[in-house]
Design a protein around this ligand. Structure first.
Ligand code: ADP
Ligand code: ASP
Ligand code: MG
Length: 404
């Protein structure tokens, strides 16, 4: 018996015509698959539209209400897809996060999945239905609707594939797979036929939104084979994300970036033990993810500390730090959204030298100043001015991936 999970992103179900195209694709594929679950995102732009509606009233809507509102986007697309399938005489039933028992913690707007009740899904599969699940949503212990963070339908799909022990999870999207760089920015980017979970996790966490990072973490944990394919060219092979990845082990397998970064600089901070600890503890308590941190050499017992946070967390981060200003002698808190992070990723870097210096040279050659640097075993990231983002990505791609 073959069991598969498909996921269609917002652009794949972006119009009624596209939903019909997806229904036709599913009907055809169903011939080879005994049990098929299809997870859908909201129609393209819908989640943003709902978010804007909430922001008409306040910049900081209550997160519980936001989750109920945003989850409605996926209800619309899942029920429409089930109706479209039915019209093609392909039996289908749509189910919400609640109906499949997708239990999460209660961190509204970025909840984590705890468990899924597969019995309800199996009941409907056994009756011969394609089960169409509204992605991105679950319920918490109080029965309130939660959502899984932007791009979270990828994670719904992989979690369902893991729970059903599916043969594979196919992520259908608007590009033909995972590329060496975002193909919309770097025109000569090439498609990767395979990539390892670890490399894909780095790419996703550094800004390649083709897969939500949590979906890759989950795929790695439960050993789910993930294939990324194009909805519009489904006959192309796409990219396989799995344990081994590409055995060729290229030094750099991809170049990526993230514009959604902001830098906070604390000026005149007292340079004494425990200061950084108290600043970053407060931010951690506020569930703010801090990425790059730079502390300058101190001058007369005072220093400057800069760090980056996701751009949409900048106000919250400032609010958290402001009360510390007096105690830690911070003379000024500066915030800057016009920064971006560019990164090169590759497992081959583990036993290769010179990648960092090549990266710095490429940026210098384009006249781009480096504001901060972070590295791990398999990636190097530089923070730069946002206006150079596209230029930097193209130049780095040319250097490391060669002109193709
Ligand atoms: P979906 O609506 O299907 O979830 P997303 O917009 O979330 O699609 O993700 C697909 C997009 O990810 C592509 O259109 C592409 O612009 C972008 N992207 C960024 N980096 C990469 C990469 N390395 N490979 C492929 N796509 C990438
Ligand atoms: N609709 C949600 C979003 O736009 C989830 C998803 O598309 O995966 O972020
Ligand atoms: Mg997505």
């Amino acid at each position: 018996m073959r069991t598969e999970v498909f996921k269609f992103g917002g652009s794949s179900v972006g119009s009624l015509e596209k939903i019909r195209h997806v229904a036709e694709l599913i009907k055809e594929q169903k011939n080879n698959i005994d049990n098929l679950v299809v997870v859908v995102s909201a129609m393209q732009g819908k989640t943003d539209e709902l978010l804007d509606m909430a922001k008409f009233f306040t910049e900081t809507p209550q997160e519980r209400e936001l989750d109920l509102l945003l989850s409605s986007g996926e209800r619309i697309s899942s029920s429409l897809l089930a109706i479209a399938l039915d019209s093609l005489e392909c039996r289908a039933i749509s189910m919400t996060g609640r109906q499949i028992g997708m239990k999460t913690d209660n961190t509204h707007t970025r909840a984590r999945i705890k468990s899924i009740r597969t019995d309800k899904i199996w009941q409907n599969l056994k009756k011969g239905n394609v089960v169409v699940v509204a992605g991105f949503q679950g319920i918490d212990e109080y029965g309130d609707v939660t959502t899984l963070g932007r791009g979270g339908s990828d994670t719904s799909a992989v979690a369902i594939a893991a729970a059903l022990e599916a043969d594979r999870c196919v992520i259908y999207t608007d590009v033909a797979g995972v590329y060496t760089a975002d193909p919309r920015i770097v025109k000569n980017a090439s498609i990767l036929s395979e990539i390892s979970y670890d490399e894909m996790m780095e790419l996703a966490s550094l800004g390649a939104k083709v897969l939500q990072i949590r979906s890759v973490e989950m795929a790695k944990r439960f050993n789910v084979d993930v294939v990324v394919k194009s909805t519009f060219e489904p006959n192309l092979p796409g990219t396989v994300v799995s344990k081994e990845g590409d055995m060729e082990n290229k030094v750099v397998s991809g170049v990526t970036g993230d514009k959604n970064q902001a830098r906070i600089t604390l000026l005149g901070v007292a340079d004494k033990p425990g200061v950084a600890a108290s600043i970053f503890k407060k931010l951690a308590d506020g569930k703010i993810v801090v990425d790059m941190i730079v502390q300058n050499i101190s001058d007369k017992g005072l220093t400057d500390i800069s760090f980056t946070v996701p751009a949409d967390e900048i106000e919250r981060a400032k609010q958290i730090i402001s009360p510390l200003a007096e105690e830690l002698n911070i003379s000024e808190i500066k915030a800057d959204k016009d920064v971006a992070k560019v990164s090169v990723v590759g497992v081959g870097m583990r036993n290769h030298y010179g990648v960092a210096s090549d990266m710095f040279n490429v940026l210098a050659g384009e006249g781009i100043n480096i504001i901060a640097i972070t590295t791990s075993e398999i990636k190097i990231s530089c923070l730069i001015e946002e206006r150079y983002f596209e230029l930097a990505l193209r130049a780095l791609h040319n250097k490391f991936m060669g002109e193709k």
